[in-house]
Design a protein around this ligand. Structure first.
Ligand SMILES: [Zn+2]
Length: 429
């Protein structure tokens, strides 16, 4: 099996390796580290390694030595690339994606549609997708869930997020108000069953009567609740998050509830009537919630996102695209959960003016946040490791030995995307 080697500035969880190597065989990473270390391993095979020279059979798997190279074989005719300043980071993990490339996941009718939408994200640097549903009729949500589960069976998407239908009419945002209903265990079960084990979370407005019983039920089924599209007061947010965290801990789970796109589609923070935002932030600070941001400068100010990252640190924040069909497409009209969205200058709105999801890819968001002054390592963590943890994905989210070889190669100026590898193979772009 051919080994692939990329060389440059490698973004790992502990920092950036200045002249590093990331190497993989098949779909599995077998080495991440400094180039000198890589060469030392090469030397162990009694062959010296010169840059730009072909390396002969070097480090043989059958010598059974355990090192950070995982005992890998460097086969004949592998060339160590010349030094570059390229930035090499893990493939991005987006836990909240409604579509892209003209395809809306909630409205899709074939597996081919889902594959096309997913591919648009792959070739733009997102290699793991949490496909997000929206509020539609329960029957239609079952159909969407089934299609997404088919796509997950094929490894196209990783997980499913059920956004709706137990939300607030006042904060519907781009959720179809005609299909927002009261919490029901039976309805939750119908949708979750249709996801065939791939759903990681289900959204609730905490103030809705009966939410607690359904939250308890879905946690019992292994999902986490997410809080969003809510008009709740502080005490509802606090009460239900506490309740959910207690149930998760009883189950021995280390997972925590997620706050969907903090600040968007929720009651605003006012100092005499604070709504849920202060409670959500406090819960995150106690490690009892994870907050999402659509950090595109349109849904929320970049300065505010930076402030919150400064306050919480990068461990409790997930960057999401909330991308809709319009991502990667020109301005125009696109469908989202049976509603029409108009995209003008890259901003998607419903006819009434509500923002209707994102049009950027997650890498655009990483780039914008990095340019606004957040450390690259932190930007990458919030777009890889954190959402991987939220979705319970253990084999992606960082460049480390044994992980799936999802690797982005970017130029050092402006993080322009040069190459995407997903499961070890270069994604056609
Ligand atoms: Zn969404």
């Amino acid at each position: 099996m051919a080994m692939v080697i990329e060389r440059g500035q490698i973004v790992v969880s502990s920092g950036i390796i200045d002249d590093g190597v990331c190497a993989w065989e098949g779909d599995e990473i077998i080495f991440v580290g400094e180039v000198e270390h890589f060469k030392a391993l090469v030397a162990k095979g009694s062959v010296t390694c010169e840059e730009n020279r072909t390396v002969a059979a070097v480090y043989r798997r059958n010598n059974k030595e355990k090192t950070s190279a995982g005992g890998a074989t460097v086969p004949d005719n592998v060339t160590l690339p010349a030094p570059t300043r390229n930035i090499i980071m893990p493939g991005l993990v987006d836990e909240h994606v409604h579509g892209g490339g003209g395809v809306s996941f909630p409205d899709a009718t074939t597996l081919g549609d889902i594959e096309r939408g997913a591919h648009e994200h792959f070739r733009n640097g997102t290699t793991s997708i949490g496909a997000a549903m929206t509020t539609m009729s329960v029957r239609r949500m079952e159909i969407t869930a089934g299609l997404l589960a088919d796509a997950a069976d094929k490894g196209v998407i990783s997980q499913i997020m059920i956004e709706g239908p137990f939300l607030s009419h006042q904060r519907a945002g781009a959720q179809n108000p005609a299909h927002i209903i009261e919490p029901s265990v039976q309805v939750a079960d119908r949708i979750i069953n249709a996801t065939r084990g791939y759903a990681y979370g289900m959204a609730f407005a905490p103030e809705i009567e009966g939410a607690d019983a359904v939250v308890s039920h879905i946690i019992g089924r292994g999902l986490i609740p997410t809080w969003g599209h809510t008009h709740c007061m502080a005490q509802d947010a606090h009460g239900l998050n506490d309740y959910a965290v207690g149930l998760l801990r009883e189950r021995g789970s280390a997972r925590v509830p997620v706050v969907n796109h903090l600040f968007n589609a929720m009651r605003e923070l006012r100092h005499r009537s604070p709504g849920p935002i202060g409670e959500f932030l406090a819960a995150a600070a106690r490690d009892e919630a994870m907050v999402e941001f659509i950090a595109d400068g349109k849904h929320v100010s970049m300065g505010l996102v930076r402030n919150i990252i400064d306050i919480l640190g990068p461990d409790r924040v997930c960057l999401i695209s909330d991308a809709i069909a319009a991502a990667g497409m020109p301005d125009g009209t696109y469908e989202l959960g049976g509603l029409q969205t108009n995209v003008v200058e890259g901003i998607a709105r419903l006819r009434g003016g509500n923002l209707a999801g994102g049009t950027w890819f997650l890498l655009d968001i990483v780039r914008a946040l990095y340019e606004s002054g957040v450390r690259l390592v932190d930007c990458v963590q919030m777009a890889t490791m954190n959402p991987a943890r939220v979705m319970g994905l253990e084999n992606v989210g960082e460049l480390a030995v044994g992980k799936r070889a999802d690797v982005l190669v970017c130029g050092s100026e402006g993080l322009d995307l040069l190459k995407v590898y997903r499961a070890g193979r270069e994604v056609p772009r």
